[in-house]
Design a protein around this ligand. Structure first.
Ligand SMILES: C[C@@H]1N[C@@H](C(=O)NCc2ccccc2)[C@H](O)[C@@H]1O
Length: 443
């Protein structure tokens, strides 16, 4: 253990009301929307199959050319209330919006750069419209903010000279000013999702990442920041040089989930996974035939998988440049929403149950309750669900449950065709403790 000035500020999970609400939300909608949605992955008639929000670099477009897209940004089909209603129907409890992505274009009328929504034909404060529409639906709003900024002249990937460090100090002040502006002008914001913090320039300025965390929590008490913002005294990111998680939740799972057998360490802290519908498209891409597009059921399984390991799941939508939501995304929202409508009680305010995962699916548990939720994705041909209970567990539920050995059970599922994941709720005795019926075989 060494004394760190810019390391983790506390250990263990936050248990204040703001963090408890963030944790209980479990399922959120990510929205990537910016100038990149206008070309949608196509430039001069050529389709680029890289992530659409990287078109500027994949098509080697000069900054001045890219930035002039601002004068075309006029989403005539944008309707914040419609987006919010769709998210509500999907069962999202929070929404994270890209206030500024790597391109540097700001969705709010910031004082600190002209490269913002007020200089587009649309003019109005899109961020304000979204925050109000989503909050009106009872959905919390969080802000994604990319520190990496391809537009700003003082951005540096590394600090190699005195000039670099003078320019980058100006840049860090610019970014801190924008973040203070966001925390001040949109007072219902709940959390800040930092991205674009992997470069050496940031790793060499860990002090700034802590200063931003402190400032945001001062301006907006209860505010939540992700581990991706943070670098410590030695440039260590997410986890400090003493092995402690920095920020309020771990944000390393991007387009991948922790293994439910091998990565159980994640159940010890708060974490969030973010996921694209295609293989790797966050911004709107015109051509989704270029990769696998995940089905509603594939995505729903990820939601349940994440809850079963005590994490939040942030599912990405990439609205088109005109403000419309593509049909695949509308369909996902409707299908996931239908299941969440009937079964949200096994997701919201649920957590890791501590039971050994089985092939048929996932366990979740309502905090402090004696009910155990089984969410079945893979119905065995036998119809028998294997359950290995913690030592001495006693079930209140008898229906369908067959004890076959010490702490080993089979749950009998009715043999039928299942088209959606099945939820089975088992009741355990509150003080399930010692005493067992079958002796271990002597082998
Ligand atoms: C949450 C996602 N993070 C962004 C991302 O993948 N950035 C990675 C990256 C950006 C720039 C150079 C190399 C790698 C994506 O554009 C999404 O915003």
């Amino acid at each position: 253990q060494q004394k760190l000035q810019y390391g983790a500020q506390y250990t263990g999970k936050r248990t204040d009301a703001a963090m408890n609400k963030w944790r209980s939300n479990r399922f959120g909608q990510f929205i990537h929307w910016g100038l990149y949605a206008i070309p949608g992955g196509v430039w001069n008639g050529k389709t680029y199959n890289y992530a659409a929000e990287f078109l500027k670099s994949s098509a080697k477009i000069p900054t001045s050319t890219w930035d002039s897209l601002m004068y075309q940004f006029n989403p005539v089909k944008f309707n914040a209330k419609e987006w919010a209603k769709m998210a509500k129907k999907m069962g999202a409890k929070y929404m994270t919006i890209t206030t500024k992505h790597h391109e540097g274009f700001c969705l709010w009328p910031t004082k600190f750069t002209e490269f913002n929504i007020s200089h587009t034909p649309y003019k109005k404060d899109i961020l304000k419209e979204l925050v109000e529409a989503y909050n009106a639906e009872g959905i919390d709003v969080n802000f994604y903010y990319s520190v990496l900024d391809w537009h700003h002249p003082d951005w540096r990937y590394d600090i190699k000279s005195a000039e670099d460090s003078i320019a980058f100090r100006r840049f860090l002040k610019f970014a801190a000013d924008q973040l203070r502006e966001l925390a001040t002008n949109y007072p219902t914001v709940k959390a800040f999702w930092f991205d674009g913090t992997w470069d050496n320039s940031i790793k060499k300025n860990g002090w700034w990442t802590l200063e931003v965390e402190k400032m945001l929590k001062e301006v907006r008490p209860g505010a939540i920041v992700n581990s991706r913002l943070r670098a410590d005294d030695f440039g260590k990111r997410h986890i400090d040089s003493n092995g402690e998680l920095m920020g309020d939740y771990e944000s390393g799972y991007e387009r991948r989930l922790p293994n439910p057998y091998k990565d159980l360490q994640v159940t010890k802290w708060d974490w969030e996974a973010c996921m694209t519908v295609p293989e790797n498209q966050w911004g709107y891409h015109k051509d989704w035939s270029l990769s696998h597009v995940k089905s509603p059921l594939e995505l729903l399984e990820m939601v349940v998988h994440t809850t079963s390991m005590g994490g939040n799941f942030l599912l990405n939508f990439g609205p088109a440049g005109d403000g419309s939501i593509r049909k695949e995304e509308q369909n996902i929202a409707a299908e996931i929403g239908a299941w969440m409508q009937a079964n949200g009680h096994v997701i919201y305010n649920c957590d890791y149950a501590g039971w050994e995962k089985q092939d048929w699916g996932y366990y979740t548990k309502q905090k402090g309750s004696n009910t155990l939720n089984l969410v079945v994705f893979n119905v065995p041909v036998s119809g028998l669900l294997k359950i290995k209970a913690p030592a001495g567990t006693r079930f209140k539920t008898k229906q369908g449950l067959e004890e076959i050995a010490k702490d080993q059970y089979l749950f009998h599922m009715p043999i039928q065709l299942y088209k959606v994941p099945q939820v089975i709720i088992l009741e355990t005795e509150s003080n399930s403790g010692s005493g067992d019926k079958y002796q271990e075989a002597k082998t």
